[in-house]
Design a binder for this molecule. Structure first.
Ligand code: NYM
Ligand code: MG
Length: 215
């Protein structure tokens, strides 16, 4: 009975461990949608351009030490500070492709030993993505991709724990149909095809739905 032609944008999220191809695929999807004439924006967390993001960057590049809980809350605050802009874009009909979000926030922090439920608290009320494209790759495979870099967390044993924590988050999710787990070992092109199909479907199907909040 809703005859409105109003369409909101979709919140498409890429998640996964380091070196799984998230940024490559997020960029390819962005270019594809742009060429097809969609209103689309790209967002990356952490957003290292803000003052909070600069502190996060200093931490990740080992130039600053911070208490585990303090850095967790900064990652979360970095999402909160972007919410008004993201909300406006989505309501204005722009689709947002996001590279990492609260699921990385909880997985990386909980993998250090922080309580998982404590970690989730600071993200309660953030916008909920319409789909989570999870790039799944064994740590052996991700390590082969030129090896891990210099940044904090880029260590094989730690990544192994993060991967398991992501799986636990999916399992605990009230709506685990939101998660599309892709075998990231496939070729860039093959993955891109699947991601395009998933994304076009989501853009179409969420356009009349209200924005959801994480709980
Ligand atoms: N990371 C990212 C967190 O620990 N918590 C968060 O909330 C987010 C968004 O930052 N190793 C970690 C995961 C990555 C690192 O991200 C930097 P990227 O996508 O590698 O630049
Ligand atoms: Mg990285």
């Amino acid at each position: 009975t809703n005859t409105s032609t109003y369409k909101r944008g979709a919140f498409i999220l890429f998640e996964g461990c380091d070196r799984t191809g998230k940024s490559t695929q997020a960029n390819k999807l962005f270019e594809y949608l742009q060429i097809k004439g969609h209103a689309v924006k790209f967002w990356k967390f952490p957003d290292r351009t803000t003052p909070i993001g600069q502190t996060i960057n200093a931490y990740l590049t080992n130039n600053q030490e911070l208490d585990d809980k303090a850095i967790h809350l900064l990652f979360s605050a970095n999402r909160w500070e972007c919410m008004p802009k993201m909300k406006n874009l989505l309501l204005g009909g722009t689709t947002i492709i996001v590279d990492r979000y609260a699921y990385s926030g909880v997985s990386y922090s909980a993998s250090k030993g922080l309580d998982l439920n404590w970690c989730r608290c600071s993200d309660i009320g953030l916008l909920r993505p319409d789909v989570i494209i999870f790039m799944d790759l064994s740590t052996e495979e991700s390590e082969k991709r030129g090896g891990f870099g210099e940044e904090r967390y880029e260590k094989k044993d730690f990544q192994e724990i993060v991967r398991k924590t992501f799986a636990l988050l999916k399992e605990k999710d009230d709506d685990d149909s939101l998660w599309k787990v892709l075998d990231a070992k496939q070729s860039v092109e093959r993955l891109h095809e699947q991601i395009v199909e998933i994304s076009l479907d989501i853009i179409e199907n969420c356009s009349q739905l209200p924005l959801k909040e994480d709980n």
